[in-house]
Design a protein around this ligand. Structure first.
Ligand code: DQQ
Length: 523
């Protein structure tokens, strides 16, 4: 079945056409948010990579600018790959990105704005002294990329981290500089792990309001694993005098950390929004259809909605929530309260013009926790996705465009909540990658009266869900062939064996964000 423009998003960031991947150099500068991203100006498949550029004053509506960074010099002639921006204390932003040089080596280059009085910072200048960091002899020159935003240590030196690998060992290499021009490698990597190439590292402080009452600071370290295409984070203590990062024991215990998102979300990057003193996370979601589909559609890839990220008060994980600004797109509204859903029942949420662009906030109450299935402790060790896929097969005729099934189980008295997202119920086109995405949700359901809150952003081919106020997030891509536009329907269902009450549900139709071309370009 054909996939057409009906699957383009209304409020998830997408350029008018072509391939996009990683968000790059995200920053807030003098009243304007900048989003750069990996982009192929020539087509809908990965290649010819440049930094496309868009600006916004509210993270909702975007002005599309011409590419900011594109191959011009021997140090980036074969591509301008991912990187980050740092706003220097004097207010000058500097971009550090990976250039693919004439010998296909990955080197790190800097770029500065050409005209600081242009609020959109349209043009960027790459000094002749680039590259500023080249792979040392003996290093893997085709796996040395994605510099982070830099931070300043107590000695005044700037530090940043670059992803690389040594055989199968992923490494986050630390470099130091006084002037952003001459960089020296630290003797020790900031962190390493036996998980293949580490792409797009990120390292940043978060506040922990719950710890010690007064609030302290933890540092988050995240990598994107090239091998599995999953991202993992840990957080812990960072000593900025010795540049040692020690993840909290509970997180470092034998596994690779936690995931921002248990679905389709990769190469993410955060920035500090100095306007609102919050940290914002951007991540890329690729398509789940085929390369042939990308070409026929003429586009591929979206950015997830910008998410505010902070440390949960219990200090056990990060929490994410869509930035409040997107609520300005809410329109038509439908409200449901205290509706019982018996086992196997579903009901339609009608009254929205079209739920193909919607924001749905709901709270489900499990009426009989005793009926929760016994939890097999082995599931904890295996991944949630495997458990959900197995359970999902039991689902009796689910309905789209979104569906989430919660299964509880007695695990030493405590219930375990599993959040699943099963796109097979929403996508009917052939040749799609339709994994059942899943993650455990760290809540004690019994303690919160059996209530499980869920928010889902639906945007044509994107279903982005936030369970338990942002503790577990799943973005998935869907390609309905029947439930398009006005024909889209929204259902709430209960495929479990115990009754579930929808204590409240607020569904809003979402307007489209305004995407406009750069005015200067048109004149
Ligand atoms: N995408 C970029 C790389 C990065 C990868 C190339 C992650 O810099 O490692 O487009 O998606």
């Amino acid at each position: 079945a054909a996939i057409d423009d009906a699957h383009r998003t209304g409020y998830h960031f997408q350029p008018p056409k072509n391939w996009i991947n990683d968000p790059n150099g995200v920053m807030y500068y003098k009243g304007v948010y900048h989003l750069f991203y990996q982009y192929n100006p020539k087509g809908a498949v990965w290649g010819n990579i440049v930094w496309a550029h868009a600006v916004s004053t509210d993270l909702v509506d975007w002005v599309m600018l011409p590419p900011a960074i594109y191959p011009t010099a021997p140090f980036d002639v074969n591509g301008c790959w991912s990187g980050s921006a740092t706003v220097l204390p004097d207010g000058t932003p500097v971009i550090m990105y990976t250039g693919i040089d004439g010998e296909n080596r990955q080197v790190q280059n800097v770029a500065y704005p050409k005209d600081l009085s242009d609020p959109y910072l349209r043009e960027w200048v790459k000094p002749d002294y680039n590259p500023v960091i080249a792979p040392a002899p003996g290093m893997n020159a085709t796996a040395f990329r994605d510099p982070t935003t830099a931070w300043q240590g107590p000695d005044g030196l700037w530090r940043l981290v670059i992803g690389t690998k040594d055989n199968h060992r992923g490494l986050a290499m630390l470099y130091r500089s006084r002037d952003f021009k001459r960089w020296a490698p630290a003797r020790r990597a900031l962190r390493s792990g036996d998980t293949g190439m580490w792409e797009c590292p990120d390292f940043y402080p978060v506040n922990s309001p719950g710890i010690g009452g007064g609030g302290g600071t933890k540092h988050v370290f995240k990598v994107s694993l090239d091998l599995t295409r999953f991202e993992y984070y840990t957080f812990g203590e960072y000593d900025n005098a010795t540049d040692t990062y020690v993840p909290d024991a509970a997180l470092a215990d034998g596994n690779d950390g936690l995931r921002y998102d248990y679905g389709n979300f990769y190469a993410s990057k955060t920035f500090l929004d100095t306007a609102k003193q919050r940290r914002i996370l951007w991540g890329w979601a690729n398509e789940s259809d085929s390369t042939a589909d990308y070409v026929r559609k003429g586009w591929a890839g979206v950015q997830a909605v910008p998410r505010k990220v902070w440390l949960a008060p219990d200090g056990k994980q990060l929490v994410q929530w869509p930035v409040a600004e997107i609520e300005s797109l809410r329109g038509n509204h439908v409200n449901v309260t205290d509706t019982l859903l018996k086992a196997g029942q579903h009901f339609e949420v009608s009254g929205l013009g079209s739920p193909a662009q919607a924001d749905v906030e709901a709270s489900f109450q499990v009426m009989d926790l005793d009926k929760a299935e016994p939890f097999d402790p082995a599931w904890r060790a295996s991944d949630a996705q495997t458990v959900c896929a197995a359970r999902g097969a039991e689902a009796k005729g689910g309905v789209g465009p979104f569906g989430v099934v919660f299964k509880g189980g007695g695990d030493g008295g405590k219930h375990v909540v599993l959040m699943c997202n099963d796109p097979s119920m929403s996508s009917h086109a052939d040749n799609l990658y339709k994994p059942t995405f899943a993650g455990f949700v760290d809540v004690d359901v019994a303690q919160i009266g059996g209530k499980i809150p869920l928010r889902t952003l639906i945007d044509h081919s994107v279903v982005e869900s936030f369970g338990a106020h942002g503790k577990t997030c799943i973005l998935s891509r869907v390609y309905p062939t029947k439930a398009i536009g006005d024909k889209a329907r929204l259902y709430v269902f209960n495929n479990g064996e115990s009754d579930v009450k929808v204590t409240h549900l607020n569904a809003y139709e979402m307007r489209s964000a305004k995407i406009t071309a750069d005015v200067k370009q048109n004149t």
